[in-house]
Ligand binder design. Structure first.
Ligand code: GTQ
Ligand code: FE2
Length: 351
């Protein structure tokens, strides 16, 4: 900054001097060279990133062969790391690909972080969440809400992989990290092993009189249910931004599945050219099948089956269809931004 008066200079010196005197009282005053508290718009450190399946697949194979279930959990995961951040995939959540080999048990524990799993490849693993035991099959979403005990065991023949997403950076920022191992490696299963699914799994009908619940009582959202719903929605006029998209919902109140993170399933068909939009909050996409492209800021990610994308907050992005119909699974932190009153969205003007 160009200083053009001696009074400016004196003011800067006065602030420096004051700060030096304030230090031992644990007080400060703003200095000219401090980073600004407010910016007109978000200044974002997180980067938008494209991970290719062609890179990830050999890494996952190596991980499964060379790395034992770690003591930390224990879980065997490949973390999708954001180069703009010290830790995490986005500024709020961590996405990892978990590898479990036949016969392995990922032992029971619980944590304050909310978690979800989306099955990428393989069949035959079970997860037990607070006594409810569910088989996990390709394309299923299974929730592990905050502080629920959970363990996974794999009884299938082939290694299995799934996407884990946890709101770890929110938990860390709130200084609310709690973790507890279960006293035994595996939890006992309830007499009715899948009660939540039996009560609420239709999404449309529920036991009489239930109007609220402290947390979402439905943990598994099957691939068959979600994809049937999406194909029904494909008969509607396309969404200008997303072509065909449906969110996973809490069957009791219609809100997001978890308090901090929402999930959606999307179809992008050949010829689709989506309008651009930007919003506060971050997203991660997993390409279940097909191909297409997403323009993010001044870059274009040409994605195909198995790829991942992270979209940074307040970054313009638009989707375009490829040569085949694509299905994408999405996780975002919009529920957190909405709950705090920080959600904003801007859409590209129609030309
Ligand atoms: O499966 O319980 O990717 O606790 C990170 C932390 C998975 C899990 C992760 C976890 C888990
Ligand atoms: Fe966990």
């Amino acid at each position: 900054m160009q200083l053009n008066s001696t009074s400016d200079h004196a003011e800067i010196e006065a602030r420096r001097k004051l700060q030096a005197d304030l230090e031992r009282f644990h007080c400060r005053v703003h200095q000219r060279d401090d980073a600004p508290v407010f910016t007109r718009e978000p200044k974002v450190d997180m980067q938008s990133v494209h991970w290719r399946w062609s890179d990830l697949e050999p890494l996952l194979q190596r991980l499964g062969r060379e790395v034992a279930l770690a003591a930390d959990g224990p879980r065997r995961t490949l973390r999708l790391h954001n180069p703009g951040l010290e830790r995490g995939t986005t500024n709020t959540f961590w996405a990892s690909i978990q590898v479990i080999n036949p016969g392995e048990v990922a032992t029971a524990h619980r944590h304050t972080a909310n978690a979800l799993r989306f099955i990428m490849r393989g069949n035959g693993a079970w997860t037990n969440v607070d006594g409810e035991r569910y088989p996990m099959n390709e394309g299923d979403l299974v929730l592990t809400p905050a502080w629920a005990f959970h363990d996974h065991m794999h009884e299938g023949e082939e290694p299995m992989i799934w996407l884990d997403v946890l709101d770890l950076s929110i938990m860390h920022m709130m200084r609310a990290t709690f973790f507890e191992p279960y006293p035994q490696p595996e939890q006992p299963t309830d007499i009715v092993p899948d009660a939540g699914l039996r009560r609420f799994g239709s999404g449309l009908m529920a036991p009489p009189g239930i109007r609220s619940a402290p947390t979402n009582p439905l943990l598994p959202y099957s691939a068959a249910m979600a994809q049937r719903a999406l194909h029904e929605a494909a008969g509607l006029p396309p969404d200008p931004f997303d072509d065909v998209i449906l969110e996973y919902r809490n069957p009791i109140d219609g809100g997001p599945t978890l308090r901090t993170m929402a999930q959606a399933l999307q179809l992008i068909r050949p010829g689709f050219e989506g309008r651009a939009r930007r919003n506060t909050g971050s997203k991660v996409y997993y390409v279940m099948r097909g191909n297409g492209s997403t323009t993010v800021g001044d870059r274009t990610f040409d994605w195909r089956q198995g790829d991942f994308m992270a979209i940074a907050p307040w970054t313009w992005h638009s989707h375009r269809g490829g040569t085949e119909e694509s299905m994408l699974f999405q996780v975002n932190d919009l529920p957190t931004l909405v709950a705090l009153g920080y959600y904003r969205e801007e859409v590209e003007a129609v030309s």
